[in-house]
Design a protein around this ligand. Sequence first.
Ligand code: UT7
Length: 313
Amino acid sequence: MSAPRILATGRCLPARVVTNEDLSRRVDTSDEWVFSRTGIHSRHFCAGETGLELAEGAARQGLERAGLTPAEVGVCLVGTFTPDFASPSMACLLQQRLGLPEDTLCFDLNAACAGFLYGMKTAHALLPDAPRPYALLVGCEVISRVLDMDDRNTCVLFGDGAGAAVLCRDEAGGWHTVFGSRGDPQSIWVQGPGQEPAAVHMDGKNVFRFAVEVVEGSIRQLLAAEGLDSVNDLDLVVCHQANARIIDHVAKKLRAREGLFYKNMDRYGNTSAASIPIALDELSQAGALRPGMRLVTVGFGGGLTWAGALLRW
Ligand code: UT7
């Protein structure tokens, strides 16, 4: 069974860092409340940067580290729910910026915070028929553009950023995946173009329960598919970075060893489709990902959607 192989990663964050302390000057909140409920200390918010600039920065890093030129890319996908325009897609904008060949398959996909893993599945499926054997997959979000900065329930939770992965198909490799969606229009929803005011609405408690359920369930399914008894047989687990308490709950239920579940939401907040590739890039740049390592990654969010993959680095 073939598998997608991640050849290299990249990330790009807006320059402006906004701390919980900064937000507490606008809404009735505190660093103590936000950190203890979510594990978030600060996030990056765009101050003039476009989503395309973030996507381009992450993509160029990924391509350079993979030792590839834009002319070698056959598939370009962007996972996002906050594109710069309804049309053209972020992927087509990125095609023009990078100079990707005309026959590159370019489109965006929206599976909210599960978007990166839906993108990986899609890129892997498209590559056999693509004109060239490499896929560029970017998770890119400018969530600050749809946040109500006067709503303390949501403005403290999210951040902007982009992460990229360069993929090819490994015909000898194996991977396992799990995907799902629940057709739930209420738990998380974001107004579309022309619907004012733009804002994210979320039933936090409901989403929290959903997240713990599907992350634990997905990991158990992936372990069973690989024939593993324990999550501790994995080298690393990289979940969507929405809330440290979600990750801690799951880690406790699975009796995971200390440090198995990676966490970086303290510095980024929830960057939706960008959170998993940003985390993978941090880990890769820190030398924490070595060839052959077995890792599980799980995303979950609006839709409600979820997705998990067990793969080899
Ligand atoms: O990527 C998409 C996936 N999204 C998620 O995974 C989010 C999942 N949910 C969560 O992370 C948590 O539910 C939240 C962090 C959103 C909220 O935590 P909570 O422990 O469920 O708090 P709550 O919503 O029950 O609010 C408790 C109290 C409320 O006050 P009252 O009504 O009890 O007086 C809120 O008004 O905390 C208040 N509150 C705040 N207080 C200070 C809500 N936001 C804030 C805030 N600062 N920023």
